[in-house]
Design a protein around this ligand. Sequence first.
Ligand SMILES: [Zn+2]
Length: 297
Amino acid sequence: MEWQKEEQTLGDPIVWSPGDSRCQTPTEEGQEEGVESAVATLGMEADGASADGLWALPVELAERRPECSRCSRPQKVCLCPFLPVHPLHISTHLYIIQHPAEESKVLRTVPLLAACLPQEKCKVKIGRRFSEERDPELSAVCRKPCTLILYPGAEAANLEEVILDSPIYPSTIIIIDGTWSQAKDIFYKNSLFRLPKQVQLNTSISSQYVIRMQPTNSCLSTLECAAVALSILEKNNYIQETLLRPLQALCSFQLQHGAQIRLSKEHLLKNGIYPKPMPKNKRKLRKMELLMNSVKI
Ligand SMILES: [Zn+2]
């Protein structure tokens, strides 16, 4: 759900900057530019231009800077000093179902999350379609009665209430990492993900991931969702504090290097300062109106 290419103005830029935001789980669709789209644009320009000089175009435009092997940040802006010395001890298993587009994003939060947790407790599965045949392990996880999936909606129960009422204490939670439309697609088009009990976070915390525009004031990044969910499941607030520390450091660094605090789309709309024209598409317009009136979408 990013409209901006903030990395281009920062001290830590990679030319093609995308987004990573989330509304409890998903975020709304936005304009995102990944490496592929940048390459596609280059291709389009090349097609329309004379061939002279095109061969001189640099081929390593999309190349990333050397990354830290632990936090996956560029080595110059490694966030490891803000990670716990040892991975956190948790009993919950976390599965992140990551849309393939998320993997190429620059300011992604999942590597920071994974770096804070034991490897065997945090598994990232990349893809859009999952089935028994393609992923028997994930399929087995989805069938277990102690597995939950974090995806907000009318059918979702509040996580805090689930752990009070559930006869079997949840041992695994699945979180979908993608924009709103990507997560919706993954959730509804994979019947596997409707097997676990659907839960949501009934939290009043606002996202600290202030360098991304979130759809509403209550939308959280993937890392924040995981931090809140794990602290509830593990009954340990220290987990939330520890997991949020690298995110706070990331935002603070980016703000010091020219990034700006991004108010939520909801805030901009409600205050009449949304910088873009309203969409002409009726469905999109309706979504904007719902957002303005704070109706959950
Ligand atoms: Zn690092």
